[in-house]
Design a protein around this ligand. Structure first.
Ligand SMILES: CC(C)(COP(=O)(O)OP(=O)(O)OC[C@H]1O[C@@H](n2cnc3c(N)ncnc32)[C@H](O)[C@@H]1OP(=O)(O)O)[C@@H](O)C(=O)NCCC(=O)NCCS
Length: 179
């Protein structure tokens, strides 16, 4: 139990839960494929199969068990509407934690992205107290960039023409959480 509720701008109160093996693969698949189909600025550009999603769940549970991953999902009734992940680096990069977040299209602009990402940062600090908390996104992804800067991330690197999106190579911005 997490005992946290996010109050959204539409009045709904939803709670984040930890990824766990009992979450139906169909619900995970429906969520991730809805965002892939939309052609959002996600790293992934090809819909997942049920088998790939099942393997992703197994591998994520293994990472959680070995203290390398935190992953939350948010359900609205039977539908997953958000996911957020914090992944610790390996060996000499174990002090670096990379975050990621995606909200289902019809549930955006309700304050969920900001609440979920802030919550993830709080939990990441509590668990690992890492040296660096960072994330990246395509420069064109204005909603994400704006959210990250609002929360306190600052740009620290740009990888030029790194992200192929609709047959164009876009620059990728890396951002780090400032103190
Ligand atoms: C980026 C994303 C997570 C934002 O989630 P959200 O729930 O819509 O965001 P919120 O409603 O909490 O908004 C918080 C802040 O984000 C920024 N933001 C959100 N939507 C925005 C938009 N359409 N344009 C510009 N800024 C936007 C604003 O700074 C906003 O603060 P404000 O309300 O005070 O203006 C969401 O758009 C998303 O999941 N996109 C698709 C997946 C993706 O791109 N993930 C990131 C990959 S790097």
């Amino acid at each position: 139990m997490i005992n946290t509720k996010f109050k959204l701008k539409n009045g709904k109160e939803l709670e984040p839960i930890h990824l766990h093996p009992g979450i139906p693969v169909d619900a995970l698949l429906d969520y991730i494929n809805s965002i892939i189909r939309e052609d959002a600025y996600l790293h992934m550009d090809t819909e997942m199969t049920a088998e790939e999603e099942r393997n992703w769940l197994i591998s994520s549970m293994n990472d959680i068990y070995h203290d390398r991953l935190i992953h939350y999902v948010v359900f609205d009734e039977n539908k997953i509407i958000a996911g957020a992940t914090a992944k610790k680096g390996n060996w000499r990069e174990a002090g670096n934690v990379q975050l990621g977040i995606a909200i289902r299209k019809e549930c955006r602009s309700l304050g969920l992205g900001e609440k979920l990402l802030s919550f993830l940062i709080e939990k990441t600090k509590e668990k690992w107290n890492p040296r660096n908390i960072y994330l990246y996104c395509a420069e064109e992804n204005k909603p994400a960039l704006s959210l990250y800067k609002k929360i306190g991330f600052e740009e620290f690197a740009k990888f030029p023409e790194w992200f192929k999106y609709q047959n164009k190579y876009l620059d990728v911005i890396y951002l780090i959480l400032s103190e």
